[in-house]
Design a protein around this ligand. Sequence first.
Ligand code: ZN
Length: 125
Amino acid sequence: MLQKGKKLYGIIHQRCPACHEGPLFEEAGYFDFKKMGKTHDACPHCGQDYRIEPGFYWGALYIAYGFSVFVSLLMFLLFYLLFGLSLNASFLLLVIADLMLTPFLYKLSKTLWLHVFVSYRHPSK
Ligand SMILES: [Zn+2]
């Protein structure tokens, strides 16, 4: 099951990779466009630095790009082949779906990127 100490727990709950307690993002929602994907400077619970180096989160764009391509292919296959919609209608729907998923995928990719580089530290250690 999902429990603290497992990477998946921290990623799904968008928590600090070091303690799995502090929130990663300033805003918990997805559609506050002023603070979309804005991380705290450091973990409010354990002080883990969230900005490891200047431009650290540029790498997360590669993950976001991969997610976006995957979702686009999936949506196209769903709309065009499964539902039998026209090419133009399928493309329009996949663009709308991609735009709606962008805030979620952006936060997920930043969370994944930070979790790649920072490991969980058990509180007793
Ligand atoms: Zn922390």
